[in-house]
Design a protein around this ligand. Structure first.
Ligand code: 1HE
Length: 268
């Protein structure tokens, strides 16, 4: 890990986020609409701070973009100032920030509209569920800007859409629509126009009602199991399943089903 004196630790700019509590759901609004929510150092530090210190009682987070766009990615006006060492430190800083999202103690849902570009797409990829409305579009203009992804995109995005599709986006500047996005795995949900935030809030309320241990297993264990060799994965799965089902919450919920006190599983 590089530690560069050349880059002073960025100071969180609280004005770049609008953070609200709606019951058990924390909403985090990217708030630089005049710059299309481009991610500058102050905003990245604010995101890190926010996800490092979630208030007690929060059981899901919804990240959204204020204005017409989710995010236009890295603030290119800051990039121009960096040399190679500073660039490495900067990229590793982004990794730490987005790791806070991916390994958050509660599920994170991204509500997407307009531009979901470059670092904005990398941010969305760190969330656990992505919801898009028809205006959303996905692009990696890094290729045409002479740079490379630096916020974990080459690790997270191929797992969603495949290496070939990501390579095509970077080489040719291909832009995917919201409709294509849900088909190819960028997002799990496509809503009607203007519906992404409402749907994300609905999902946030739903996942907030899960047993905390189930959410823990899905967020912390599932990605590790999926990346492990199969025998290790199967052992980890057995251990996690045993821990989860021995929890009182599981016993209570299963008893409620057997007593006909919970909703049945039906198509929606
Ligand atoms: C910005 C940025 C930005 C807008 N950095 N300032 N990302 C990109 O290559 C995408 C660049 N942005 C765009 O293509 C367009 O701005 C949008 C399609 C997103 C929106 O277009 P539009 O017509 O609504 O807005 P605009 O007039 O282009 O931008 C409004 C202002 O936001 C303008 O500033 P102003 O001072 O002239 O008003 C823009 O300069 C500013 N702005 N996007 C800085 N990205 C860790 S590696 C990640 C690498 C990347 O993310 S590369 C992808 C960078």
């Amino acid at each position: 890990m590089l530690t560069g004196n050349a880059v002073s630790a960025a100071v969180a700019d609280p004005a770049t986020l609008v953070i609200e509590t709606v019951g058990p759901v924390l909403t985090v609004g990217l708030n630089r609409a005049s710059k299309r929510n481009a991610l500058n150092d102050g905003m990245m530090a604010a995101i890190q701070q926010c996800f490092s210190d979630l208030p007690d009682g929060i059981r899901a987070v919804v990240v959204h973009g204020i204005g017409e766009h989710f995010s236009a990615g890295l603030d290119l006006s800051e990039l121009r100032e960096r040399d190679a060492t500073e660039g490495l430190v900067h990229s590793q800083t982004w990794h730490r920030v987005f790791d806070r999202i991916q390994y958050c103690r509660v599920p994170v849902i991204a509500a997407l509209q307009g531009a979901v570009i470059g670092g904005g797409l990398e941010l969305a990829c760190a969330a656990h569920i992505r919801v898009a409305e028809p205006s959303a579009y996905f692009a990696l203009p890094e290729g045409s800007r002479g740079i490379f992804v630096g916020g974990g995109g080459s690790v997270r995005l191929p797992r969603l859409i495949g290496v070939a599709r990501m390579a095509d986006m970077m080489l040719t500047g291909r832009v995917y629509s919201a409709t294509e996005g849900v088909v190819h795995g960028f997002t799990q949900y496509l809503t009607e126009a203007g519906g992404a935030l409402a749907k994300a809030m609905e999902l946030g309320a739903r996942v907030a009602g899960n047993a905390p241990l189930t959410n823990f297993a899905v967020l912390q264990a599932l990605p590790m199991i999926a990346e492990a060799n199969p025998q290790t994965g199967l052992l980890m799965e057995s251990l996690m399943a045993t821990v989860a089902q021995s929890d009182q919450e599981a016993k209570t919920r299963i008893r409620a089903f057997l007593d006909h006190k919970t909703a049945k599983v039906r198509p929606t």
